[in-house]
Ligand binder design. Structure first.
Ligand code: HOZ
Length: 427
């Protein structure tokens, strides 16, 4: 494949945009590749600036569960355009999206819209601190909750990909209020609560981690977090920005029947437009301004176009059998990877949660960030490049998940596995 136009665009971008990109991972630096500039997307495919077609397994990092340019979503957007683009005032569409979210996500009775997952997590942490009157937040190594100061400690995603231990610019005094513990290690959480349980405002967790690669919670881990937070008067925050409406209609909390105090959402609820949200019980959410004293605001929050795209998307997710079909194609894909790896004597570990999947180059099980970091990153880079040459667009980092959409056909999955056969044969 030729990438001449993409390379020229990247060169130009490098001189006027930091690193040539507006979000670090997409620079493809850690896999030693140049980013592709995308011209358009349709269904399961991306078309780059040079006209190459790619089967897309990034899905804009999660939102595109219906694939690109779903006609219902496009229609909803174009219908609302005739009403205007931004009002900075309440609009009926905000109620409709809120109702769809509340109906689906078990622990949410009241929800506030924001513009991104970062905003949702940042606001959820403020709410937990405001409600409890405490400052300390527990998070887990390799979990990524956006780029707010409090949450950029031992983070996953781009921070892990670029090997940045903590970002300059985050004041030490703020970082000290965040304790980052190993994922799936309930004992270490227990120990912290024993020592300073009365100072802990809350725990924020990706209930299925997707930013250190895909790592599922060990048996009893989420239940243990729920019990400890409840016993100690701390808030349990589920960051379901990636998993909400993805692993199941009601997110991880519905799958595991665990009710967090606060839930963060994003990605899918915006149908490909910038939306985030955080919600919880009526009582907890009553603390948010203007009803309560915990302040949070946003000029573009509840933007009508974004609300319309989100509504159209969430409505389609209610189609009977939608998740079953999606899970089935994801399962076929990862089973295929596992079989091909065995045939080629390559150690990999694959896993999935709904249509979110992961592939680690290791023979050992991966239960936390330490395990994920021990995987063969060099091999992942080679695999990434070999797949991309064949038109398969994967995350340019071992520390990200793979997303399958309802637009991926059986032929797309077959084509992906055929490419993986070639790639594995050359590793
Ligand atoms: N941090 C997101 C991935 N987990 C977004 C990466 C990007 O858009 O470059």
């Amino acid at each position: 494949m030729k990438y001449d136009i993409s390379n020229q665009l990247f060169e130009k971008a490098l001189s006027i945009i930091p690193g040539g990109v507006n979000s670090p991972v997409r620079a493809c630096k850690s896999v030693g590749a140049e980013p592709l500039f995308i011209n358009r997307a349709d269904g399961a495919y991306l078309f780059d600036a040079d006209g190459n077609r790619h089967i897309d397994y990034i899905g804009s990092w999660g939102p595109m569960i219906l694939g690109h340019q779903h006609p219902d979503v496009l229609k909803a957007i174009s219908d609302v355009l005739s009403r205007g683009t931004s009002f900075g005032a309440p609009v009926d569409l905000e109620i409709e999206l809120a109702e769809l979210i509340i109906k689906a996500v078990p622990s949410i009775e009241v929800v506030r819209m924001v513009n991104s997952g970062t905003e949702a997590a940042m606001s959820a942490v403020r709410l937990a601190r405001g409600v409890t009157g405490r400052d300390i937040i527990i998070k887990f190594d390799g979990c990524y909750h956006g780029h707010a100061d409090t949450l950029l400690v031992e983070a996953g995603s781009g921070v892990a990909t670029l090997g940045i231990p903590g970002s300059p610019g985050v004041p030490q005094a703020i970082a000290e209020l965040t304790l980052s513990l190993p994922y799936n290690d309930l004992d270490s959480v227990r120990q912290v609560f024993e020592l300073q349980g009365d100072k802990i405002a809350g725990i924020i967790v990706e209930p299925v981690a997707g930013n250190m690669g895909l790592v599922r919670p060990a048996d009893g881990f989420l239940e243990g977090l729920r019990e400890l937070t409840r016993k100690n008067g701390s808030m349990l925050i589920f960051d379901e920005v990636m998993t909400g409406f993805r692993v199941a209609h009601g997110g991880v909390q519905a799958l595991y029947s665990i009710s967090p105090d606060i839930t963060c959402l994003g990605k899918i609820i915006g149908g490909g437009l910038p939306v985030g949200a955080y919600g919880g019980s009526r009582e907890i959410m009553a603390n948010i301004a203007p009803q309560g004293p915990v302040y949070q605001a946003g000029t573009l929050s509840g933007n009508p176009i974004a609300m319309a795209a989100g509504i159209a998307t969430l409505k389609l997710l209610q189609t009977p059998g939608f998740y079953e079909a999606l899970d089935e194609s994801t399962e076929r894909l990862i089973q295929g990877f596992a079989t091909l790896a065995t045939q080629n004597n390559i150690n990999i570990k694959t896993d999935r949660a709904g249509s979110m999947a992961g592939l680690f180059f290791t023979g050992d099980s991966v239960n936390n960030f330490e395990d994920a970091k021990k995987c063969d990153l060099q091999r992942y880079s080679t695999y990434y490049k070999k797949m991309r040459e064949q038109g398969i667009y994967l995350a340019p980092s071992q520390f990200e998940a793979l997303f399958v959409s309802s637009a991926h056909t059986a032929e797309d999955i077959d084509a992906t596995l055929a490419a993986a056969e070639v790639a594995f044969g050359q590793l």
